[in-house]
Design a protein around this ligand. Structure first.
Ligand code: SF4
Length: 65
C-alpha cells in the first residue's frame, strides 16, 4: 500500500515537539513548533522512514494512510 497522506492527529495526545520525526525524515517532517508535514513531500519515496517516525513518536500523533 503506497502512502498517500500523512498528518498530525492530536485527538488523543499532543505533539511534544521532540524533533524525532524530523531527525529521521526531514524530507517529510519539519518541527518549527509542532510537527508539520512538508508540502509536496514524496511520501512513496520515504515509506520506511515514515513508519520509523510513527514508531519513534513518543506521543503517537503521526498518522498515515
Ligand atoms: S516525533 Fe511526534 S512528538 Fe516528536 S516532534 Fe514528531 S510528531 Fe511531535
Amino acid at each position: 500500500m503506497a502512502i498517500t497522506k500523512v498528518w498530525l492527529d492530536e485527538s488523543n495526545d499532543e505533539c511534544v515537539s521532540c524533533g524525532a520525526c524530523e531527525a529521521i525524515c526531514p524530507e517529510v517532517f519539519t518541527v518549527p513548533d509542532k510537527m508539520v508535514v512538508n508540502e509536496d513531500a514524496d511520501f512513496s519515496a520515504f515509506e520506511a522512514e515514515i513508519q520509523e517516525s510513527v514508531d519513534s513518536c513518543p506521543s503517537g500523533v503521526i498518522k498515515f494512510s
